[in-house]
Design a binder for this molecule. Structure first.
Ligand code: FAD
Length: 484
């Protein structure tokens, strides 16, 4: 099957239901359940873009095996032009949700494509793992499957060092091996998009390095989400069943986060990519450059989201008549600085892109890591704060859409209009601002941006540890030794 339509994506979820729990209920069909259905529709609209004559050429490329059009995020980039093409495709998808759906399928498609292009890496663990990775990549590309992923073990204690040595029946662990595959038991966080995905990739992350003793927690594999023994346990839904007017983001873009429990789940051998080699697991993302590929998706999405917030805050100031106030200008100007910084990082990552030793063109990691670190720790929480500071009580003066169809409508029109905006337009705009910066949906967005790529403290430690500081230290030393 070449690039799927939205309907084909939804049919896939209905026909292969995963075990999904929410609010004391086992979900029968996520495509019709109120907690998930609108998020599913938003994702489906992305797949439809692959068939829309206006966008399909930017969204697909010719499959190297079938010759059919397949999703462009499955490309194994060989040139900078491939990266630029993939960036345009990712940007188109990101705009569909104004950057609010972060784990659109291009995120993991680009990671697995990076593994496939670097599949020789897996030979050193077991020769057959190379073929497993290549076949899996071809399988998800030709069937246009949606992936979630879960990298971090639930922890009973955080009282360890940078290395995780885990023997506690909580972390996901290999408990058996047989002729069919490996059997895993335990738990993982978090599978964003998990309940509305077809497949789950389970692999290690450099933000939680494994210790020497963690051989049974050292693996990489992928499974259908509907595999027996696997459960997705969801947080409460942020789609509260309200109108697009009242909850413009939550009513559309709920991508859901779930715990994943594995109860003696069989992973067939052909789905195993790494097993039992702690060093290879700890070196996984560096060796395959998968973080650079996902980093391209992340950075493009953050540009989209920042531009969206620039538009939102500018409209807020115009609506409130506050554009001439110096500190309002300064705050919106700050968002311009963020936007230009992010754009510069993405351009630098393409300008400095290099092929890895297997010929995969990889965006430069340095500017992408810098963009992610700044966005998660500084830019996004600050932009949400700026929306609050600019909006003040207008974020609470928010009658619902239904109130405009009642006898109080004339009063709403009279009292809530501003010099530049009618009452209903003002209220619609500030419902959006509220959903960005105050609602449960908005709170989750800030939490997501802070943590989705790993704990920012550990990430920044990794930048310290991995960065070549010798040239900088050499310059200081030479300055100290200078005579004149
Ligand atoms: C909304 C959201 C969506 C997510 N989606 C996904 C997903 O799709 N897939 C996925 O795999 N993961 C996902 N994550 C999980 C994410 O990878 C983790 O939250 C992140 O790696 C941090 O791990 P933790 O939550 O266990 O942090 P914790 O370990 O609970 O950290 C809590 C605090 O303690 C500090 N701390 C704890 N231990 C240490 C240590 N050893 N060294 C230094 N500091 C420490 C941290 O700095 C942090 O401030 C998501 C998280 C969120 C919030």
């Amino acid at each position: 099957m070449p690039a799927r339509t939205g309907q084909q994506y939804m049919d896939g979820l209905s026909n292969h239901p995963a075990e999904v729990w929410i609010g004391g209920e086992k979900v029968k069909d996520v495509t019709t359940h109120p907690a998930f259905q609108n998020g599913v529709r938003s994702l489906a609209s992305l797949y439809d873009m692959q068939h829309d004559p206006a966008t399909r050429d930017e969204m697909t490329f010719k499959s190297p095996s079938s010759g059919e059009p397949v999703g462009l995020s499955f490309i194994v980039p060989k040139t900078v032009a491939d990266l630029e093409r993939r960036r345009r495709m990712m940007t188109n998808w990101a705009w569909e949700s104004c950057g609010m759906m972060a784990r659109t399928p291009d995120f993991l498609n680009s990671a697995v494509s990076g593994w496939a292009g670097s599949s020789d890496y897996f030979i050193d663990n077991r020769p057959e793992f190379k073929k497993n990775v290549e076949r899996y990549h071809e399988y998800i590309r030709e069937n246009d499957l949606t992936l979630t992923h879960t990298l971090v073990n639930l922890q009973r204690s955080r009282n360890h060092t940078i290395f995780d040595n885990i023997e506690d029946n909580v972390a996901l662990t290999v408990v058996d091996k047989n002729s069919d595959g490996i059997v895993v038991h335990g738990s993982r966080i978090l599978a964003t998009l998990g309940p509305i995905s077809d497949e789950i990739a389970v692999y290690p992350t450099r933000t939680h390095l494994l210790g020497d003793a963690a051989k049974r927690q050292a693996f990489s594999f992928a499974l259908p989400c509907a595999t027996p023994g696997m459960k997705f346990v969801c947080r409460e839904s942020l789609d509260m069943g309200r109108s697009n007017f009242d909850h413009p983001l939550g009513a559309r873009f709920e991508e859901m986060d779930a715990l994943v429990f594995f109860d003696d789940v069989l992973v067939p051998w052909e789905r195993v990519f790494l097993l039992g080699d702690v060093d290879m697991c700890n070196n996984y993302s560096n060796a395959t450059s998968s973080t650079a590929h996902t980093g391209q998706q992340v950075a493009n999405r953050t540009i989209v989201k920042t531009e969206f917030l620039l538009g939102l805050t500018s409209l807020m100031a115009e609506t409130l008549g506050s554009t001439q106030i110096p500190h309002v200008q300064e705050r919106i100007g700050e968002i311009v600085v963020y936007l230009e910084t992010l754009k510069a990082c993405v351009r630098a990552s393409e300008a400095d892109a290099k092929p890895n030793k297997w010929g995969v063109m990889c965006p430069a990691q340095g500017p992408l890591s810098a963009a992610r670190t700044l966005f998660s720790g500084t830019m996004y929480p600050r932009m949400a704060e700026i929306v609050q500071l600019l909006g003040s009580s207008s974020l609470m003066a928010l009658p619902a859409e239904a109130d405009f169809d009642t006898p109080i409508a004339p009063e709403l029109e009279r009292y809530l209009g501003t010099e530049s905006s009618g009452a209903k337009d003002r209220v619609r705009l500030f419902h959006l601002a509220w959903d960005v910066a105050c609602s449960a949906f908005g709170g989750r967005q800030v939490l997501y941006e802070r943590f989705f790529g790993g704990d920012p403290v550990r990430n920044t430690m990794l930048m310290y540890q991995g960065y070549n500081k010798q040239p900088a230290m050499g310059r200081v030393t030479r300055f100290l030794e200078r005579e004149g």
